[in-house]
Design a protein around this ligand. Structure first.
Ligand code: PMV
Length: 336
């Protein structure tokens, strides 16, 4: 058996705009998906998934996926997760030149599903790593990022950027602009995450922004203004002490996060619960707060080294969970 894990991520800046070639800066966070893979001696794939949301619902699922589509899948979210696992299996078979390889797969994740923390990317990255290793092939994190991107791209009908998969495979803070992906220096930032218990429909949200951008110049300008904010944010990180974030850095990054949230709101991808959590964080003294990921529901990310934001979020209507998330310096890794 091979066990690999990969981290989720928050967007410090740049979601949605990244789809149109603007840069984005996602940061990996210490919430991981862990995928255990054992090779089988037939071509079946059996998947067991646990803890696929912070609510802790447990799904026991047996059956074959992909090449054997005659299976009952318990919920739409789990169905989506199965699609990602199938795509990861296809990538691993291709990488190892083993089209008939079968696997027993167990997925455990402490990343809320579909909530803007890159849960699907983490499952795909860890799954490709574990399945290829199980077949005796060792891919570099960059190769895994590339294959994971192709898997996501396929499942999401071409509506995926490289941001989530690259960040999950490499760890740390990364910069993504089109096909150009690189890791960048960042100090340990004091992320606090608020989760409303829900999930946005990434495909619908991305399509909504695309339609708005085609119809209105203001929306196209908003997308490029997000790009300007990302570039300013990147400059701040480039000049920062990579060991320790200064008060001035947090304060400036927080301001730009607030601007970024306002622009995402203008593009119609926020929600009442996301806005409530953003405002609760700001009022509790966070340096800044914004939604993370596709929006529509799910998570916000705030910067606050004190416990205040987390406490305030716990009492905010619409917030189901609030937790601190360290920057994950390690990306995909073998667990045992
Ligand atoms: O919600 P997430 O974590 O899947 O992030 C989506 C980010 C978008 O920019 C909206 C789409 C993308 O693929 O970059």
């Amino acid at each position: 058996m091979t066990v690999s894990s990969a981290p989720g991520k928050v967007y410090l800046f740049g979601e949605h705009a990244v789809v149109y070639g603007e840069p984005a800066v996602p940061c990996a966070v210490e919430r991981r998906a862990t995928v255990s893979v054992s090779a089988r001696d037939d071509d079946h794939v059996r998947v067991r998934a646990e803890d696929l949301s912070l609510n802790g619902f447990t799904v026991e699922y047996s059956g074959s996926t992909g090449n054997h589509p005659d299976v009952d899948v318990p919920t739409p979210l789990v169905e989506a997760a199965m699609g990602y696992i199938d795509a990861a299996v296809a990538q691993a078979r291709d990488a190892a030149d083993a089209p008939d390889a079968g696997f027993d797969i167990t997925v455990k994740s402490d990343i809320p599903l579909g909530a803007g923390l890159g849960s699907s990317a983490a499952v795909v990255v860890a799954g490709i790593d574990a399945a290829t290793r199980e077949l005796g092939v060792e891919l570099s994190p960059r190769e895994i990022a590339d294959r994971a991107y192709r898997a996501e791209h396929e499942v999401q009908d071409g509506q995926a950027s490289r941001a989530d998969t690259f960040c999950s495979a490499m760890g740390g803070a990364v910069r993504v602009e089109g096909d150009d992906c690189r890791t960048i220096d960042a100090p340990p930032l004091p992320f606090v995450i608020g989760f409303d218990g829900g999930a946005g429909d990434t495909g619908a949200l991305v399509s909504g922004v695309r339609a708005l951008r085609e119809e209105y110049d203001f929306a196209a300008d908003t997308v490029s203004t997000i790009g300007d904010i990302v570039r300013r944010g990147e400059d701040l990180l480039a000049d920062a002490d990579p060991e320790e974030p200064s008060e001035a850095l947090l304060s400036e990054l927080g301001r730009f996060m607030n601007f970024n949230h306002g622009l995402l709101e203008a593009l119609g991808v926020s929600s009442r619960s996301l806005d409530s959590m953003v405002w609760a964080a700001r009022e509790a003294g966070a340096y800044g707060a914004k939604l993370t990921g596709a929006g529509g529901g799910g998570c916000i990310v705030a910067l606050d080294p004190t416990p205040e934001t987390q406490t305030a979020l716990r009492f905010t209507p619409g917030c189901e969970d609030a937790f601190r998330a360290e920057l994950a310096t390690e990306g995909v890794r073998v667990e045992e």
